[in-house]
Design a protein around this ligand. Structure first.
Ligand SMILES: [Zn+2]
Length: 1040
C-alpha cells in the first residue's frame, strides 16, 4: 500500500538561515542591553500572567485557554498540586523530588486489566488490492473528519487526531491521492505498466523459494568475510550482558530459549517455537514490578528531564537470549518496543505504531555469506533469521507466517564451526543483520556497472557562486576513490540556456564539447561516447575537470534550462541505470520544467498557513518516475541565495530515491562555512558506499500490516520500495496497523531485505530482522514506548500532513498527539489519580519533543523562515536516519569552557571529553562561559561576554573577548590541552554523522545570535510558548 510516498511532500531544509536579515522575532529572552543572561532577567515560569499568552499563530493555541492563567494551578478541575509554586525556577535541584504515587509504586499490584478491550473490537480491514499506485489508506488517516478552519479551532476538540489507528478505514474516495496529479493511472510511467527490462520488481518474490538446485552436501559456499566478532554469538554465555541491560531484562527472563532447546542432543527433540511457547512469556509481563519506564512523572514538577548523555534507545522486554540476537536499534527501531495485542489496545494508547530504518548504514562488522542456497520461507519468502524456530534438525518454522519449512541439506553444515548437523548455529540464524551474496536467480540482467553522470549548472549565476571549481577539484581529488571497478563509467553534461555534452572517447587528444541548443526536443549528439569507461579515459576526464571552471568564466548567460538537461541526462543513463548528480544554483526559467517564484518574502514570518509546500508542476515527479523505472537515481545539490522552489525541484530526487543537499547563500568568498560544508559533503558523497538497482521489502509477522512509507523512493507494489540507488545515509520510516489480533503470540518479527548491486557488480541482499514482544495491557504498551522513534515518526507524518492539508493542521495534530497519549495514560493506565500533568517516565520527553517540533524550521510559524529552508527541513525530517533527525528536532547544548577528562571516552590515542547535555534554555547559559549548540547540520559556539580568559586564549587564541573575530568558522589548532579537548569533542561529534555540520563561533552581539537563540526551545518567544506554558496547555486540554 503505501501510497504515502505520493501524497506527501518532501520537505527539506535545515540549511542555516544566513540571509534572513535580522530576525523579526528575536527570541524571547532578550534582556536589557548590557545585561547578561543572568537568571533574574529571564521570563521566569510564573510569567504566565503576561499578556502575550495569546500565542503563536492564531491557530493553535486559542486564546481562550490561555487567558489569565493566574499563578497557581487552577487549571481545570485539578485540586491544587501540592505546593506547586509555579516553579521557583533557578533552584531546580531544590524542588522536592517527586515521589512516585502509590499507583505506580513497586507494589505487586497488577496493572488494571480492564485496559484490554474485547479482541473483536477491530474488524479486519478490507483486503487491499494493489492496482495503481494508490492502494493503501491515505498517508495519514484521521478518524475524525477534517476539522473546521484550522486557524481557530480548539485543538483538542476539532483538530484531527494525530493518527487514526483505524487501519480498517478503507482507502475510500474521501481520501483521494490529492497531490498526485493523475499518477494513479499512469501505469506506463514507471512501473506498474510494462516493466522496464531492468526493474527488479518481482525478483525478490520470484526468487529463492524454490530452492535452486544447489549442490547438496558439503559443497558449501564460503564465508568470505565473517568477522571473528560474529562467531562468538553462536554460543552466548548466558549473562554476558551489560549490567544495565541485565537489569532491564531481569524480570523477564523466563521466556523461551529458542536455541538451547537442543542441548547438543542430535535427535529431533522439538523445542517449542518462540511463538508457541505459551504462557511463560505472557507471565513475564510487567506485572511483577514497576519498571522504570512506568514510573509516574509529574511534568509540571520535574524540570530536569534530560539525561546527561544522549537518550538511549529502550531495550525491548525480551528474554536475554532473544535480545542478544536482536537487531541493533541503530538499524531498526519500532515506536513501541512492546507490540499491542490488538488494534483496539493500540487505539487506546494513542501512540503511532511504526518502524524506523537505516538499512544501508555503514557497519563496522557485517557478516557476509556466500551460499548457493539462500534459505527462505516457501510461503512468505522471509529469509531465515535468528527468530525462527527449529522443530527438529530438518524442519524450521517461519516466524512471520508460521509455515513449517524443510532445512536444505546444505544448511546442515556450519562453516563457522565446521560442524555438521547444527543448522541453528549457522550465521544466518545467529545474526539479525547479515548480507548474502546472491546467486544468479536474483538477477534479471547482469549486474549493472557503477555509472556516474554529473549535470552541472554553468549559467552566470552558477559561475558567480564559485561552486564549479570546488566541485571539479573535489572530483579530481577523489576520482580514484569513486566506488566501482574496471567497468565504472562517467559522463558530464553542463547547461545554461543550452545543453553541452562532452565527448570523452578514448583516443581524443582533448575533451570535445558538443552544444545542443534545441532544448525543446533534446537529443544525444554522440550517444556512445558521452559515458565513458573511467579507467580507460581518466586523463580526458581529468583534463575536462581542470578546464571546466575556466570554460565558462566569462559567461553572461543567465537562463537555466534545467528540465531539458535532466531529460538529456535521463536519455544518457537509461540504457544502464546509474547515478545522476545535479548541481543547480537558480530557479530553472527556460524550456520544460521552467518555474516561477512562488515565495512572497513578506509572508515568511506569517502566522498564517504557509503556501506552496507542494510542487508547482509534476514535471519533476514524472521524470523521477521515468528515472526510477530505468534504475536511475537523481541527487540534487542546490546552491543558491535565491528561492529555487525546492518543493518542486526536490521531487526529482524524492521519487527516484536520490538525496537532496542544500547550501543556502552559497558563495565562494562570502560564505566560507558553506564552502567547507560543501567540500566535506562532496567528499563523503563521492566516496561513500553505493548500491545500484535496489529494492527493499519490509515484512512483518502475520496480523501486522504496513501501510505508509516515508523517505525517498518509489513504491512499486504493496510493500516493495524501488531504490535505483541506495546510500548509507538514507533513513526510512513506515507506519503499521494491527489487522488481526495477536492473541496467541508472544513475539512478533519484522524483516527488511535490501537487494542491491554493489559498485563491484555483485548482487547482494542485506537482511535485518527485529523481534519484539507482544503485550496485552495498555500499561505494558506504554512501558515499551520509544519516545524518540515516536517523535521521528510523528515528524514524518506531520510533513505529509503539512502538504496534503495545511501546516496549522499538522501543528495541531502534533499537539494532539501529546494530549491524546497523556490523556489516555491518565485515564486508562493509572489506577490512582493524582493531580499534575502525568507521564510515564519513558514518555517524559514527549511534550518537550513535540514543542521542539513546533519550533523546528519545518513547522514553526511566526518566525521568518524562507520557504526553501522550510521545505528542506521537512525533507530532512523524512529522509534522515532517526539519530540525525533527532538532533535537528532537539539540538544538544554543551558547555565547553570547562571541559575535563572526567568520564571522557578514549578512542585510539584520543581522549574525548563528554560534557553533559544541557536543557535548551538561556537559563543554562552564562556570560562567563562558552556553549556549543549542536543542531545537526549546523553548530554554534556562543561566547559569553565575560567568557573566561583562559578559554579565549587557550582555545580561541585571542587575547580578549573583543578580539574574537566577527566571522569565525574554525577552532584554531593550538598546542594547549584546552584546545585539544575542545577540538577533539567537536570533531568527534562531526565524525558521527554523514553530513558535515558547519561551525559558527559567535560573540554575544553576532548577527547569528538570533539563530542560536531560536534553538532555546524551552523558552518563550514572541510567537511561541515556553515549555512550561506548553505543559499547562496540555494539562488544560487533558483535564477537559
Ligand atoms: Zn513464512
Amino acid at each position: 500500500m503505501s501510497t504515502a510516498g505520493f501524497n506527501s511532500q518532501n520537505g527539506t531544509g535545515t540549511g542555516q538561515t544566513y540571509t534572513n536579515g535580522p530576525s523579526q522575532n528575536p527570541v524571547a529572552l532578550q534582556q536589557p542591553s548590557g545585561v547578561g543572561y543572568s537568571v533574574n532577567h529571564q521570563p521566569a515560569y510564573n510569567q504566565m500572567q503576561a499578556k502575550v499568552l495569546a500565542p503563536p499563530g492564531p491557530a493553535l493555541y486559542p486564546s481562550g485557554p490561555y487567558q489569565p492563567v493566574p499563578p497557581g494551578p487552577q487549571v481545570g478541575s485539578y485540586p491544587p498540586a501540592p505546593a506547586q509554586p509555579l516553579l521557583p525556577r533557578p533552584q531546580i535541584g531544590v524542588l522536592p523530588s517527586h515521589t512516585p504515587p502509590q499507583s505506580a509504586s513497586p507494589g505487586p499490584g497488577p496493572w488494571p486489566a480492564q485496559a484490554t478491550p474485547p479482541a473483536q473490537a477491530t474488524p479486519p480491514p478490507p483486503a487491499v488490492t494493489s492496482t495503481g499506485y494508490y492502494t493503501g489508506p491515505p498517508a495519514w488517516q484521521y478518524a475524525a473528519p477534517r476539522g473546521p478552519a484550522p486557524n481557530h479551532v480548539n485543538p483538542a476538540a476539532a483538530a484531527p487526531p494525530l493518527m487514526s489507528h483505524s487501519s480498517t478505514q478503507p482507502p475510500g474516495p474521501g481520501a483521494p491521492p490529492t497531490s498526485i496529479h493523475g499518477y494513479t493511472q499512469l501505469g506506463d510511467v514507471a512501473g506498474n505498466g510494462p516493466q522496464a527490462p531492468n526493474s527488479y520488481n518481482h525478483v525478490d518474490n520470484r526468487m529463492a523459494g524454490a530452492a535452486p538446485p544447489g549442490p547438496p552436501g558439503r559443497h558449501l559456499g564460503h564465508y568470505p568475510s565473517l568477522p571473528p566478532g560474529y562467531q562468538n554469538t553462536s554460543a552466548p554465555p548466558p549473562s554476558s550482558l551489560h549490567p544495565a541491560l541485565q537489569a532491564a531484562t531481569q524480570p523477564y527472563t523466563q521466556g523461551p530459549l529458542p536455541y538451547q532447546q537442543q542441548p547438543g542432543g542430535p535427535g529431533p527433540s522439538p523445542g517449542p517455537a518462540p511463538a508457541q511457547l505459551s504462557p511463560s512469556m505472557a507471565a513475564m509481563s510487567l506485572q511483577s514490578s514497576t519498571p522504570e519506564a512506568l514510573r509516574v512523572v509529574n511534568l509540571l514538577q520535574e524540570r530536569n528531564l534530560l539525561p546527561p548523555a544522549p537518550v538511549p534507545a529502550p531495550t525491548p522486554c525480551l528474554t536475554q537470549d532473544l535480545q542478544k540476537l536482536n537487531c541493533s536499534p541503530e538499524v531498526f527501531r519500532c515506536t513501541l518496543t512492546s507490540i499491542p495485542q490488538t488494534q483496539s489496545v493500540l487505539n487506546k494508547a494513542k501512540l503511532p505504531l511504526g518502524l524506523l530504518l537505516h538499512p544501508f548504514k555503514d557497519l563496522s562488522q557485517l557478516p557476509v555469506v556466500t551460499s548457493s542456497t539462500i534459505v527462505r520461507c516457501r510461503s512468505c519468502r522471509t529469509y531465515i533469521n535468528p527468530f525462527v524456530s527449529f522443530l527438529d534438525q530438518r524442519r524450521w518454522k517461519c516466524n512471520l507466517c508460521y509455515r513449517v519449512n524443510d532445512v536444505p541439506e546444505e544448511f546442515m553444515y556450519n562453516p563457522v564451526s565446521r560442524s555438521y548437523g547444527e543448522p541453528h548455529k549457522r550465521p544466518e540464524v545467529q545474526n539479525a543483520t547479515i548480507e548474502f551474496i546472491a546467486p544468479s536467480e536474483y538477477m534479471l540482467r547482469p549486474p549493472q556497472p557503477a555509472v556516474y553522470l554529473f549535470v552541472l549548472d554553468v549559467s552566470h549565476n552558477a559561475v558567480e557562486t564559485g561552486y564549479l571549481s570546488v566541485f571539479c577539484q573535489s572530483l579530481l581529488d577523489n576520482i580514484n576513490a569513486l566506488p566501482g571497478d574496471s567497468r565504472t563509467k562517467v559522463g558530464f553534461i553542463t547547461f545554461d540556456s543550452t545543453i553541452h555534452f562532452y565527448n570523452l572517447q578514448e583516443g581524443l587528444s582533448q575533451p570535445q564539447m558538443l552544444i545542443v541548443s534545441d532544448i525543446e526536443d533534446i537529443f544525444l549528439p554522440t550517444p556512445d561516447s558521452l559515458l565513458v569507461n573511467l579507467n580507460e579515459c581518466k586523463e580526458l576526464v581529468q583534463d575536462l575537470l581542470k578546464s571546466l571552471p575556466n570554460l565558462f568564466e566569462k559567461t553572461m548567460e543567465t537562463q537555466s534550462a534545467l528540465g531539458s538537461a535532466l531529460q538529456a541526462a535521463f536519455k544518457l543513463l537509461s540504457p544502464t541505470g546509474g547515478r545522476m548528480s545535479v548541481f543547480q544554483t537558480q530557479l530553472p526559467n527556460l524550456g520544460v520544467g521552467a518555474l516561477q517564484s512562488r515565495e512572497d518574502p513578506n509572508q515568511r514570518a506569517s502566522a498564517k498557513d504557509v503556501q506552496h509546500l507542494s510542487p508547482a508542476t509534476d514535471f519533476y515527479k514524472k521524470l523521477a518516475l521515468d528515472c526510477s523505472g530505468q534504475q536511475v537515481a537523481v541527487d540534487l545539490f542546490l546552491l543558491s541565495a535565491q528561492y529555487c522552489d525546492l518543493a518542486t525541484l526536490g521531487c526529482i530526487s524524492r521519487y527516484s530515491a536520490g538525496s537532496v543537499y542544500y547550501y543556502p547563500s552559497y558563495h565562494h568568498q562570502h560564505n566560507p562555512a558553506q564552502v567547507e560544508r560543501f567540500q566535506r559533503d562532496l567528499k563523503r558523497y563521492l566516496t561513500r558506499k553505493i548500491g545500484f538497482e535496489a529494492v527493499m521489502r519490509i515484512r512483518c509477522t502475520k496480523g501486522l500490516s504496513i501501510h505508509t512509507f516515508h523517505g525517498n523512493f518509489f513504491v512499486r507494489s504493496t510493500d516493495l520500495l524501488s531504490l535505483p540507488n541506495v546510500n548509507p545515509d538514507a533513513g526510512f520510516a513506515v507506519q503499521m496497523s494491527i489487522e488481526e489480533n495477536l492473541d496467541d503470540m508472544q513475539v512478533v518479527s519484522f524483516q527488511a531485505a535490501l537487494l542491491y548491486t554493489s559498485s563491484k557488480g555483485e548482487r547482494r541482499i542485506r537482511v535485518h530482522t527485529m523481534c519484539l514482544p507482544v503485550v496485552s495491557s495498555l500499561s505494558d504498551v506504554f512501558a515499551g514506548a520509544d519516545v524518540q522513534a515516536i517523535t521521528g515518526l510523528l515528524a514524518c507524518m506531520a510533513v505529509d500532513r503539512s502538504v496534503t492539508s495545511s501546516l496549522s493542521d499538522a501543528r495541531d495534530a502534533m499537539t494532539n498527539a501529546a494530549i491524546d497519549s497523556l490523556s489516555s495514560y491518565r485515564q486508562s493506565a493509572l489506577t490512582i489519580q493524582q493531580p499534575g500533568l502525568l507521564a510515564p517516565a519513558c514518555l517524559r520527553l514527549f511534550p518537550l519533543y513535540i514543542l521542539a517540533l513546533l519550533k523546528q524550521k519545518a513547522f514553526r510559524t511566526g518566525t521568518s523562515t524562507r520557504l526553501d529552508e522550510r521545505v528542506f527541513a521537512m525533507y530532512q525530517l523524512k529522509y534522515q536516519p532517526l539519530a540525525f533527525a533527532m538532533l535537528m528536532i532537539h539540538p544538544a547544548l554543551y558547555r565547553l569552557d570547562d571541559l575535563s577528562d572526567e568520564g571522557a571516552l578514549n578512542i585510539g590515542e584520543q581522549t574525548i571529553p563528554q560534557p553533559r547535555v544541557l536543557q535548551l534554555s538561556v537559563e543554562k547559559l552564562s556570560r562567563e562561559g562558552a556553549f556549543l549548540l549542536d543542531a545537526g547540520l549546523v553548530m554554534y559556539l556562543w561566547i559569553g561576554r565575560n567568557c573566561h580568559q583562559n578559554f579565549l586564549s587557550q582555545v580561541l587564541g585571542v587575547s580578549s573577548y573583543a578580539a574574537v573575530p566577527e566571522k569565525l568558522y574554525l577552532l584554531p589548532e593550538l598546542d594547549t590541552a584546552e584546545s585539544q579537548r575542545t577540538r577533539a569533542f567537536v570533531s568527534w561529534l562531526r565524525d558521527q554523522r554523514p553530513f558535515f555540520p558547519s561551525l559558527h563561533i559567535i560573540r554575544d552581539e553576532s548577527q547569528l545570535k538570533p539563530h542560536f537563540l531560536q534553538n532555546m526551545i524551552e523558552d518563550r518567544t514572541e510567537s511561541a510558548l515556553s515549555y512550561y506554558e506548553f505543559l499547562l496547555h496540555l494539562q488544560q486540554q487533558i483535564s477537559k
